[in-house]
Every structure is written in structure tokens, then in C-alpha cells.
Design a protein around this ligand. Structure first.
Ligand code: 3HC
Length: 293
């Protein structure tokens, strides 16, 4: 079934979307990446080409594979180009009005059998599914940053998702080299419900001056062997995403451990979102070592 997919669509080519396009194309799928305008399309394509260029220069893919992957990619600003897509992943910003616009369009454009997957990390997949006339074919397919590297894909089923859709999404995840874990549509799903409060606690420790940011990060990397410390991870994930996840956890469960710490909220208000804006807990505006401010 999945091997018969002729075209996969990815809507939204930010950091996650571009990574998702890469993952599908490297697994042999023909992928059409859709963005809102030419500037966003160029940014997404640039991100992807850079990542593929790195893989080539490191010898992880050959010249031939590199050319074949690029040959499987189409970039467009026309959602109508997904009229013959078998499987579409949405990775647009985490706002329900934007999701509504995308899912209403996809529902109209794509054939009734097309599965519509969302990479949302903080919105309800059920709410997104209910925006369409095919809620049984809407599923969460939640990737982790950086998408080409992290092995987990959460498959988020809702009360409306058919078991066939969940199975196909799991099969897709395996085909692209990910380990699928089927989870319920609850705030934070599983991974973020564990990870993001931990990040929030680290921000709290920093806010209350328990230690410097480097010491907080090292306390985890050197004590527990995590690949990066929580403040560096917050910068990678995006402080806005962390805050959005904290807020939905609080909304849903009303437990004090899910209250976003004030510094996190203030940093988001100030636009200090992490790597994507050049500054978060660390400065990325040019220094090779992000810990140097
Ligand atoms: N795109 C593609 N490949 C990348 C990459 C990117 N953005 N960043 C790193 N890589 C690759 C490198 O090319 C390298 O590949 P190689 O080993 O084959 O040469 C490999 O990953 C390791 O990279 P580096 O040597 O440059 O650096 P590190 O060893 O420090 O690894 C890391 C970087 C993979 C990001 C590692 O630090 C890590 O695993 N960090 C934790 C990330 C994490 O926890 N992510 C989950 C966040 S939660 C989330 O995303 C949920 C969402 O809803 C918010």
C-alpha cells in the first residue's frame, strides 16, 4: 500500500517541514513541498539543499543518490499541485487559523482517500481533524527536531481516526526510517509531555540563579549523558514551541507542574526564540560557539 504511494506532499517548509521533506525524499518518495510564497519556498529549499549538501560532503550519500533525491523533489506555492498526492504532512506554524486554512484547502483539493497528517506539537489533532470532511483520514505524525536525525515519530490517533489510517501512518514512519509509537491525542502527546516540563524546570533553575546556563546544561549532559542540555535544547526546539506546549499542558491538566515559568514567557514576548531568531539562552548571531555571548 505505502510502497504504491506516488506522491507525498509536505505543506510548510520551515525547519521541521524542510527536514520532513528530506526524510521522505531520502527514503525514495517523490515529494512536493508547498509554501505560502516564493521567499518562504526559497528558504525551505535552501535549508534542505544545505542539509543534503552536508550529507554528501560527509559521504553519507553518493553523488548519484544526491542527484536522485533532488530529482524526486518539486517545490511549489500552489496547494492545488497536491491534487494527486497520496499522503500529505502539514508542518505550518502552530496557529489554529493557519491550520484551518490549510486543512480546508487540502480537504477540497486532495482525493477522498488521501491521508492528511499533521506535525502539530501543541494543538489538538482531534480539533484539526474536525475541520475536514474526512476526520477518519486525519492523523498526527509528530517528528522531532532535527527531523532527519531523531528516530521517533509519534502517531497520534483521535477518536475519529480509523485504525486503517493509524496503521498506514505507522507503516509510513517505518518506511522513512522512524520508530512509530502510537499515542493518544492528549496535550503534549507522550514525548513532549515529558520533555517540555523538564525544559521549563531548567529555565526556572536559571531564572532563580541556581547556576549559570552552561552549568545547568552540563549538569544534564555530564550527569545523565543527554546529547545536549535543557537550555540548549530549548533553543533548538524554539522557546515559542516550548511555551505553547506548556500552555496546552496547563490548559488540559491544570497541574502546577505545567505552569510556564515567567522567564520563558518573557523571552518569547521579547522574540528571543532560540536558534531560529539568532538568540535564546545562547547567542547564535555569528559566534561559532553558541555558548559565547
Ligand atoms: N539536520 C540534519 N542532520 C543533522 C542536523 C540537522 N539539523 N543536526 C545534526 N545533524 C546530524 C549531523 O550531520 C551528524 O550526522 P553524522 O553523525 O552522520 O555525521 C549528527 O546529526 C550529529 O550531529 P553533530 O555531530 O553536528 O552534533 P551532535 O553530535 O551534538 O548532535 C544533535 C546534534 C543530533 C541535535 C544532538 O545534540 C541531539 O540529539 N540533541 C537532542 C535533540 C532532541 O532532543 N530533539 C528533540 C526535541 S523535542 C521536539 O523536537 C518536539 C517538538 O514537538 C518540539
Amino acid at each position: 500500500m505505502v510502497q504504491e504511494f506516488k506522491k507525498v506532499g509536505v505543506v510548510g517548509l520551515g525547519t521541521m517541514g524542510a527536514g520532513i521533506v528530506e526524510v521522505f525524499a531520502r527514503a525514495g518518495f517523490s515529494v512536493t513541498g508547498v509554501e505560502i510564497d516564493d521567499a518562504a519556498l526559497d528558504r525551505g529549499r535552501g535549508h534542505l539543499e544545505k542539509s543534503l549538501g552536508r550529507a554528501l560532503s560527509k559521504g553519507k550519500i553518493t553523488e548519484e543518490e544526491h542527484a536522485a533525491i533532488l530529482g524526486r523533489l518539486v517545490f511549489t506555492t500552489a496547494r492545488e499541485d497536491l491534487a494527486d498526492a497520496d499522503f500529505v504532512v502539514e508542518a505550518v506554524p502552530e496557529r489554529i487559523d493557519i491550520k484551518r486554512d490549510v486543512f480546508t484547502d487540502l480537504d477540497r483539493i486532495c482525493p477522498p482517500g488521501t491521508i492528511l497528517a499533521t506535525n502539530t506539537s501543541s494543538l489538538s489533532v482531534t480539533e484539526i481533524a474536525a475541520l475536514t470532511n474526512r476526520p477518519d483520514k486525519v492523523v498526527g505524525l509528530h517528528f522531532f527536531n532535527p527531523a532527519p536525525v531523531m528516530k521517533l515519530a509519534e502517531i497520534v490517533g483521535t477518536v475519529l481516526t480509523s485504525s486503517g489510517t493509524t496503521e498506514i501512518a505507522s507503516e509510513v514512519a517505518k518506511r522513512i526510517g522512524k520508530t512509530p509509537v502510537v499515542v493518544s491525542d492528549r496535550a503534549g502527546f507522550v514525548a513532549n509531555a515529558l520533555l517540555v516540563p523538564y525544559i521549563n524546570d531548567a529555565v526556572k533553575a536559571y531564572e532563580h540563579k541556581f547556576a549559570s546556563r552552561e552549568e545547568i546544561d552540563e549538569s544534564v549532559t555530564k550527569a545523565a549523558g543527554f546529547p545536549m542540555g535543557p537550555l540548549t535544547l530549548a533553543d533548538l526546539v524554539g522557546l515559542d514551541v516550548c511555551l505553547a506546549v506548556m500552555d496546552v499542558l496547563w490548559e488540559e491538566f491544570r497541574e502546577s507542574r505545567y505552569v510556564a515559568t515567567p522567564l520563558l514567557r518573557r523571552m518569547v514576548a521579547a522574540g528571543l526564540l532560540g536558534r531560529k531568531t539568532g538568540r535564546g539562552f545562547y547567542d547564535y548571531s555569528g559566534a561559532d560557539n553558541p555558548a559565547e555571548e
